[in-house]
Ligand binder design. Structure first.
Ligand code: ZN
Length: 308
């Protein structure tokens, strides 16, 4: 590294500050610093040093607040403590609920987000099938089976049909080599245009024309969805009428059936693991590529379910 780190940089804890700052931790630590300072000042005042109380108190509070600003916390271990003991509802109030798994297209990201949202609002009173939030109303498995994408196998299980698996692989290769993703984006109900991607390890965010359209588990997962969208458009009669978020749900549901990696073609493994973030930890079920490590499917699991 060519850049010399300033003393401030050395004290800084990026994992607990900036966009990772845990607001509950910060508030708790500021409260601890204030109470501690007040008690010390009161004790010094009672002992007959009111001037010292003022100076020492002010200095101590300043140092404490600087530490919280730089490090994210004052009392060692509070990020872990809030993660473990703060109920999810409290974390949610601070916008620190366990993050949703990256599952593709965001609600309202459709070609005309405005229309989609107003459709969803009126759907609450009328027809629930177009509500992008009504996950249950869309039977992903039945739709995929009707599209001959999956079929019963190994008893109760479902597997990709050989024919669909092959077509999906070929289409994914075409997506990967394409210069212009617009035709595929449109099959997912999204606007075509300039695509910008940000890979933040485990979260592959995609912007089209500077607007965030969704977050995928990895680039191969995103490319697999683009490919699946164009295949399903040919196979599902109502595809055109599904809002973008619903199309995303279908593609996400399809990725759980992957048996080879859409990125490198290697084998994939299914398993559960714990994902840690600033104020929370969550268990996810994941399909991960053995060779290139790409996460191709991820879904949150209840703690109870995971233990069972
Ligand atoms: Zn791979």
């Amino acid at each position: 590294m060519a850049r010399t780190r300033s003393p401030l940089d050395r004290l800084r804890r990026p994992e607990y500050t900036g966009e990772n700052r845990c607001l509950p931790c910060t508030i708790l630590n500021v409260a601890i610093a204030s109470v501690g300072t007040t008690l010390l000042a009161a004790w010094l005042t009672a002992a007959g040093y009111p001037t010292a109380a003022l100076w020492v108190g002010t200095a101590l509070l300043a140092v404490s607040l600087a530490a919280i600003w730089l490090r994210g916390y004052l009392v060692p271990g509070t990020p872990t403590l809030t993660k473990r003991y703060l109920p999810a509802s409290v974390l949610a109030a601070f916008g620190k609920a366990p993050p949703d798994s990256p599952d593709g297209i965001e609600a309202g990201a459709g070609r005309d987000g405005q229309t989609e949202r107003s459709a969803a609002t009126s759907a609450e009173t009328a027809d629930a099938t177009v509500d992008p939030d009504a996950a249950e109303s869309l039977d992903v498995e039945a739709l995929l089976e009707r599209a001959d994408a999956i079929e019963p196998c190994r008893g109760d299980d479902r597997c990709l049909t050989d024919e669909f698996a092959r077509a999906w692989r070929e289409e994914t290769d075409a997506v990967r080599e394409a210069e212009n993703l617009s035709p595929w984006l449109e099959q997912l109900g999204l606007e075509g245009g300039d695509v910008a991607t940000m890979d933040r390890g485990g979260a592959f965010a995609v912007d089209v024309n500077t607007r965030r359209v969704g977050t995928w588990a990895s680039r191969p997962a995103f490319e697999a969805d683009l490919a699946a969208g164009s295949l399903l458009a040919d196979r599902v009669a109502e595809w055109e009428s599904l809002p973008a978020h619903a199309r995303g749900q279908v593609c996400n549901g399809l990725r759980i059936f992957l048996e080879t990696c859409p990125g490198c073609g290697g084998p994939v493994s299914f398993g559960t693991e714990t994902v840690e973030s600033c104020c929370s930890s969550r268990t996810v079920a994941a399909v991960t590529c053995d060779d290139c490590d790409a996460r191709v499917f991820e879904s949150p699991v209840d703690e109870g379910q995971a233990a069972a």
